[in-house]
Design a protein around this ligand. Sequence first.
Ligand code: MRU
Length: 364
Amino acid sequence: MRIGETHYRTIWMEDDPGVIKVIDQRSLPFEFRIRALRSASDAYHAITHMVVRGAPLIGACAAFGLYLAAYRSKKDNWCEEVKEAGDSLVSARPTAVNLKYAVDLLMEKVECAGSRESMIKELFHLAHRFAEDEVIRSKKIGEHGLSLIQGIYEKTQGPVNILTHCNAGWLACVDYGTATAPIYLAHDQGIPVHVWVDETRPRNQGARLTAYELGEHGVPHTVIVDNAGGHLMQKGKVDLVIVGSDRTTRTGNVANKIGTYLKALAASDNGIPFYVALPSSSIDFKLAQGEEIEIENREDVEVSHMEGWDEETQKSASIRILPVGSRVVNPGFDVTPARLVSGLITEKGICDASEEGIRSMFGK
Ligand code: MRU
């Protein structure tokens, strides 16, 4: 997607086969920085420190991390090293299933019986294929989701107001995004869209990342505090909610960034369609119950402090916003029950958030 006049993806390789490049999301929207990952451990740290974040992107980063593990492995112990890197990458963050999906998919296909060189070659190919497949999945989500926006526009003939939570945009994926993919497509086709962007405390992925990428693409948007969504819905200012997902059970329960559940409740109370856009790499076909999804507990400092840009020093700064000594709890995700979800926008089409709906798309 566009940053200024340049087309970027969030993860890529240039000429050096030992280096993966990523956009450092921690410094956006204030500074645009690219980081080099040279080892599986660099990929692990990029995920745990949220240099890269968003379910599909961390899956792709894990795939490239496996490749780097093979590329940097010692001559005598390469297969063990790759397997250990896989285990560690899966453990980097617990909620998004994409990490496990990526590592399992690649490890199933590589042969420890062959040579180290053949494994490097294969993982190089598989990691690139994986990232490319994520791009295709996002693009297809956009094409399917477009029909929802088109349908509303045909009825209202006015700008379609879409509310989104967190960043389920191209920065969270490899390209296009999930929740944003239909929005970009609608905008590019001349359908007037306007996006209500939840700021998404504590890390403000909405205010910092979604607003940034929508702005770079020229999509009209307004940032709101997390608590404003319900009020705007009551006032008839939201036509549609689209969010992403970090893990969706095979029965359609959706884990996504903390606060998503409250938006689903408000949407349901106001009769507003609430859709979840997700690639199949975010579906956990093994899980049925939402309560089985592990919810990441994040550091207190994300709540006790706010990070922003100090206009005076022209540097980023972190300031305390709580009394010293106040306790903090910081769950990173919540689970929206399937009954509150109007439908799932997947790469195969739009389906009910139910076991039957998901089976009708993926046949598993
Ligand atoms: O903690 P994060 O920033 O990795 O959480 C990301 C989200 O919750 C996104 O909404 C998400 O991964 C949806 S998929 C694009």
